[in-house]
Structures are given as C-alpha cells and as structure tokens.
Design a protein around this ligand. Structure first.
Ligand SMILES: [Zn+2]
Length: 103
C-alpha cells in the first residue's frame, strides 16, 4: 500500500479573504514560513478521484505541508459532484498512476 498523504485543511475564517499576506503557522511543524503555490490536488471520494491541477495552496517551506483555502476545497468538491453527475466536463481525464499490484 502507498503511504497516505496527510492534508490539513485550514478554513479561511479571517473575514474578507482578500489579504494575500497570511500569517499561517504550520500545524505540523510550527514553522511560519509558508509560500503560496499552485499544486496538483487529488480529491478522492469513495474510490473515485478528481485531479485538480493548479490548485492554490499555502505550502510550508519547512516541511512541505499544504494548506488549502476552504473556498477552494468547496469548489473542488462541487466540481467533483458536477462531473460525477455528468453536468460538467472535467478539464481532462487522467489515469491513476499505475500501481504495482501484481497477481
Ligand atoms: Zn510545516
């Protein structure tokens, strides 16, 4: 089995949400050195997966933990179910990385 990647979701509850200067302290290692990046986010739900490229996230420069905006996660979830219900097309289909399950 693969090791499970732990993702911590931090709701943006500071109101407004327009201020790009975040004072995010990593829950994992306690570092306050975070950088906004765009990374690939894999949403999983009951064995189905949606890969979302260019997902904005705050990434801890110390340990690499990624923090996502609650609004971003809501949009990803909305999109996942829209695609599942065939009301939206995904940007692209992906094949899950081949797992070396033999036999
Ligand atoms: Zn950290």
């Amino acid at each position: 089995m693969d090791t499970t990647t732990t993702q911590v979701f931090r709701p943006l509850d500071s109101g407004g949400g327009r201020n790009r200067v975040t004072e995010l302290r990593c829950n994992f290692c306690g570092s306050d050195r975070c950088e906004e990046r765009r990374i690939e986010y894999l949403y999983s739900h009951q064995g189905e997966h949606l890969l979302v490229p260019n997902t904005p996230a705050e990434v801890c420069l110390n340990c690499g933990m990624a923090y996502y905006d609650a609004a971003v996660l809501e949009e990803i979830e909305r999109r996942f179910f829209a695609i599942r219900n065939k009301s939206e097309e995904p940007d692209r289909y992906i094949n899950m990385p081949e797992k070396s399950f033999v036999g």
